[in-house]
Design a binder for this molecule. Structure first.
Ligand code: ADP
Length: 324
């Protein structure tokens, strides 16, 4: 049976980019394969943060994932720092990872360019990610497109370690992409990302959501209502593909190309369909907020199960490497 591992940073609220690029996929996969879903707090501390915020956000991320449909009875949902073996394996992988490979990672270059002082942990982030996945010998990683390059490096790390210490011990994990691989921020400038502050939160109130959606960037060719547009280059059209039924998606494309309606009409329909999917998620979040033990108990049980597997892997890794 395939085993999946996927992680999400508790660096901000769960947004619709995460949901479409990753979480919706996890919800489906938890019924089909053995799944490990991890709130990766060790990753979140690679950029400046306040400890109290991190504690709160880690809990809130667990809650949001459960609200979005992650069921702790069907998968292992846990917080990374509760299983310290992640950092032990990351150190070991650091000793076999070529520095040049780390320096050419796009996400590192992007994030580093926005920092005054760059921590070594930001550079080594993909090494920790390789450890996250391989600690559970996961062979499949359902992620958005932004993580494909990191996964290539995870495979390289697995190959290098296997070549030196244990042929075939670690699998070479493959990405599993969703149809919605990359959601742009509503400003249309860059991918929607917690660290860029251009997100639409999954649990945001409908009024706040509309306030962000209404001025969102569309095809710049549609200056006036009667100007036709190209849906393929419009972020709103891609969101329709993710949230609206196929007949609506066709209608949206036609009405955009023929200027059959204005962008606000198009956004109103998207808003309705978005709400239809998000209303039950918001309701589940409210129920969990009223009973937070449901979240903390689930995270405790997840950490206990993940810890057992992690200890088993590390015992064998140490043995093969001549440690202790
Ligand atoms: P963020 O970039 O918002 O900090 P994470 O790095 O925690 O998000 O990523 C969590 C998951 O969400 C990953 O699988 C990632 O590929 C996916 N993801 C993040 N942003 C997007 C996006 N804009 N479009 C599609 N998937 C995304």
């Amino acid at each position: 049976m395939p085993r999946i591992f996927s992680g999400i940073q508790p660096s901000g609220e769960l947004h619709i980019g995460n949901y479409l690029g990753a979480v919706r996929n996890w919800v489906q996969l938890q019924h089909e394969v053995e799944s490990f879903i991890c709130v990766v707090d060790y990753h979140a501390i690679t950029l400046p943060y306040a400890p109290e915020d991190l504690r709160r956000r880690t809990f809130e991320m667990g809650l949001s994932l459960m609200a979005a449909g992650i069921d702790p009875a069907k998968c292992t949902l846990f917080v990374q720092s509760r299983v310290p073996e992640h950092t032990e394996l990351a150190w070991i992988f650091n000793t076999i990872t070529p520095l040049g490979e780390l320096e050419r990672q796009t996400q590192f270059k992007d994030k580093a360019s926005r920092q005054e002082s760059v921590a070594a942990g930001l550079l080594n982030y993909p090494v920790l990610q390789a450890a996250d996945i391989l600690l559970y010998k996961a062979d499949t990683v359902p992620v958005g497109e932004d993580q494909v390059q990191h996964l290539e490096l995870s495979r390289e790390i697995a190959r290098r370690w296997n070549a030196r210490f244990g042929d075939g011990f670690f699998p070479e994990p493959q990405p599993r992409l969703t149809p919605t691989r990359r959601i742009m921020g509503l400003d249309g400038q860059a991918k929607m990302s917690k660290s860029l502050g251009n997100t639409v939160g999954l649990l945001e109130k409908p009024d706040d959501m509309w306030a962000k959606l209404r001025p969102a960037v569309t095809d710049p060719a549609r200056v006036r209502r009667e100007d036709p547009g190209n849906p393929e280059i419009c972020n709103i059209y891609h969101l329709h593909k993710a949230f609206s039924p196929p007949a609506t998606v066709d209608e949206v494309a036609t009405k955009c190309r023929t200027a059959g309606w204005g962008c606000i009409d198009c956004k109103k329909v998207l808003f309705e369909n978005l709400n239809a999917e998000l209303t039950p998620i918001r309701a589940r979040a409210e129920a969990l907020q009223a009973d937070p033990r449901l979240v903390t108990d689930a995270l405790d049980a997840g950490a206990a199960h993940a810890g057992t597997i992690a200890k088993g892997t590390m015992a064998e890794v140490r043995q093969r490497m001549g440690l202790r």
